[in-house]
Design a protein around this ligand. Structure first.
Ligand code: AMP
Length: 176
């Protein structure tokens, strides 16, 4: 019988040179064609987060997909972290550097209570810049990131290095 990691690896599709030359894009959308596998994935994340978090924050947009399911199963609130300009006020924002230029993310400033233990969830950990910005945003709101979780870690980009100052509890289901 295959392990969860093997099943995920067999399902994710590598798309070469997308969205630009030299990038191997990990297409996770085939996971959602398989409800049994998706259940297993959500359960694996829930098992790791049980009793440890008060809020799940999902990163737009693929972090919403399993993120809200994890929150529902943990019976804790789910909060959307979105690109600038998508959420109505009141919001708090955080900017961060991209390879070329800058990006800004936002969250509703009332949703993360002081001292809340936050799980930040996304599909793929690449350079870690986005997740790091989310953890800074959570901090600005008075919360504390106590776990990160990702389906995939692209380990050759060393994304975890940007996150360990927030927490060393970084859950990944498969690595490349
Ligand atoms: P990061 O470099 O960690 O800030 O990644 C930025 C965002 O781009 C993350 O939300 C990932 O979901 C996505 N991403 C980065 N690299 C890839 C890749 N090779 N395949 C799929 N998604 C990616």
């Amino acid at each position: 019988m295959s392990t969860l990691q093997e099943k995920i690896n067999q399902t994710i599709v590598d798309v070469i040179d997308f969205p630009k030359e030299g990038i191997v894009y990990k297409d996770i959308t085939p996971l959602f064609l398989n409800p049994e596998l998706s259940d297993e994935i959500v359960d694996a994340f829930v098992e790791k987060a049980k009793g440890k978090v008060d809020i799940v924050c999902g990163i737009e947009s693929r972090g919403f997909l399993y993120g809200i399911q994890i929150a529902q199963k943990l019976k804790v609130p789910f909060v959307l972290i979105r690109k600038a300009g998508k959420l109505p006020p009141p919001t708090i924002s955080q900017s961060y550097d991209l390879e070329y230029g800058q990006a800004t993310i936002e969250v509703n400033s009332n949703y993360i209570k002081d001292g809340a233990r936050v799980l930040i969830h996304d599909d793929v950990l690449a350079t870690g810049g986005t997740a790091e910005a989310c953890a800074k945003l959570v901090e600005k709101c008075g919360g504390k990131t106590t776990q990160f979780s990702f389906i995939v870690d692209l380990t050759f980009l060393n994304g975890k290095d940007k996150l360990t100052s927030f927490t060393t509890d970084i859950v990944t289901l498969t690595e490349y």
